[in-house]
Design a protein around this ligand. Structure first.
Ligand code: GLU
Length: 445
């Protein structure tokens, strides 16, 4: 059977790293099995769903390189939900309720006060047809609950958490439809997972108790449930689900210079026992993707790790890959010289500026100015070649007796305006003879 996975965001906001990780894992799981990955837009909530978020979700996934094999929208599937709902009604698996939130809260408090679990008491099941008719003529529309089968223990083997047991007698019948006819998430999701042939639902562990309820929904719908796996949630480096993490999305990361490949490499392996490896592409990550490598402990997302991985991704980037994003005129030799110094690709422009000038240099003391003046003369007398840095420093070492930092640092500062940077042996040929002489002369002026 072809593996079918899905990512089912509600378009009520932007995706954050936690959602992106879930999307990525579902894509990798499908890819691993040569299956299909669906994007399902859970937009039953007309008030809160926004088209701009649907577009942002698509764009964010595309930026990551996660390409769905199909896209579905719940707002286009209301007929299907009505039909399934009618069947559940006929089978007596959904029932009408009228309690207000205040009444429900009171019931909860009474139960808790008696030391009992706050399970819905099914009072509405006792209503007669005459009661319902009276409610209707008073203009009171019902909301609907799904009737759990309290005699059937709920069990499944979770792909990450192992064997799971839930006692439906300890659960409240969930509300599946509001009085205005709108749907809550749970039933449409089960209907869709079944209708779309979803074989594997991989989502956050905050959904475990929903799964317990949905297991019975699948049975009530005459469908066999998909396999379920629930991954531990993402926490920040400080070990908590921080506010920052809850809102950290692709825009912020992209502005910070993060490459999609770096984010994919990190998120793919976060929460697993597999090491993060910046050198792995999506194919390799999919090939090694394995739910049994996931742990139960919260997965720590550390932005510093991400920046470290990003640097590794940039350091491995070929000129052809980087070229479209490099400053005009920057060639392969320049890319190869500058690349090892980059944490983010955007910094290439700064180093290219160092090559082409103008640069700012520090003021040098008299001694250093004399040394740099000699350096200018030496450089003018040397044959200009790819070895010119070696020749220049070799000659100056002999003529001045300087070595180490005393020899190299003033030259680097005068030629680049910086204390550190790419190898001078590579930079000097890029700067060029005339410009290099001009800089040395300027330093001694
Ligand atoms: N729309 C639901 C959510 O965003 C989907 C959950 C699921 O994957 O079933 O939480």
């Amino acid at each position: 059977m072809t593996v079918v996975t899905r990512f089912a965001p509600s378009p009520t906001g932007r995706l954050h790293v936690g959602n992106l990780r879930t999307a990525l894992h579902n894509w990798l799981l499908a890819k691993h099995h040569g299956g299909r990955f669906l994007l399902r837009i859970d937009d039953t909530d007309k008030e809160r769903s926004r088209e701009e978020y649907v577009e942002a979700i698509r764009a964010d996934l595309a930026w990551l390189g996660v390409h769905p094999d199909g896209e579905e929208r719940q707002s286009a599937r209301f007929d299907l939900y009505e039909a399934a709902f009618a069947a559940l009604k006929d089978a007596g698996r959904v029932y009408r309720c009228y309690e207000t939130p205040q009444e429900l809260e009171l019931k909860r408090k009474v139960l808790l006060g008696r030391g009992l679990p706050p399970i819905y008491d099914r009072a509405a099941l006792e209503l007669s047809e005459a009661d319902h008719a009276a409610k209707a003529s008073a203009g009171e529309a019902p909301h609907w609950r799904f009737l759990l089968d309290r005699d059937k223990p709920i069990e499944w083997t979770d792909g990450i958490r192992g064997p799971q047991h839930f006692d439906p007698a300890q659960m409240s019948d969930p509300v599946v439809r509001r009085a205005d006819g709108s749907w809550l998430y749970m039933l449409p999701s089960a209907i869709d997972d079944s209708a779309m042939g979803v074989t594997d639902v991989l989502r956050g562990e905050d959904h475990v108790s929903n799964t317990a309820t949905q297991m019975q929904m699948f049975t009530a719908l005459d469908a066999s449930p998909p396999r379920f796996a629930h991954e531990a949630l993402l926490v920040g480096s400080e070990g908590k689900l921080s506010k920052r993490l809850g809102s950290l999305g692709i825009d912020t990361l992209r502005e910070a210079g993060i490459e999609p490949a770096a984010l994919v490499a990190l998120l793919a392996r976060l929460g697993t026992s597999d090491p993060v490896d910046a050198g792995l592409d999506a194919e390799a990550l999919a090939a090694s993707f394995d739910l049994s490598h996931f742990g139960r402990a919260p997965a720590r997302f550390d932005e510093e790790d991400l920046h470290r991985i990003n640097a590794a991704v940039v350091h491995a980037m070929s000129f052809a890959e980087a070229a479209p994003r490099l400053p005009h005129g920057m060639d392969e030799a320049a890319w190869l010289a500058i690349r090892p110094n980059l944490a983010h690709l955007g910094e290439a422009a700064d180093w290219w500026q160092v090559v082409t000038g103008p640069i700012e240099m520090p003021a040098f003391d008299e001694d250093t100015r004399a040394f740099l003046s000699g350096a200018a003369e030496t450089l003018a007398s040397l044959e200009w070649s790819g070895e010119v840095w070696r020749d220049l420093t070799g000659t100056l070492k002999d003529s001045t007796g300087r070595k180490g930092k005393a020899l190299f640092q003033p030259l680097r500062q005068a030629l680049t305006g910086r204390d550190h940077g790419p190898e001078m042996a590579l930079l000097l040929p890029l700067i060029g003879r005339d410009e290099a002489l001009a800089r040395l002369k300027f330093a001694t002026a």
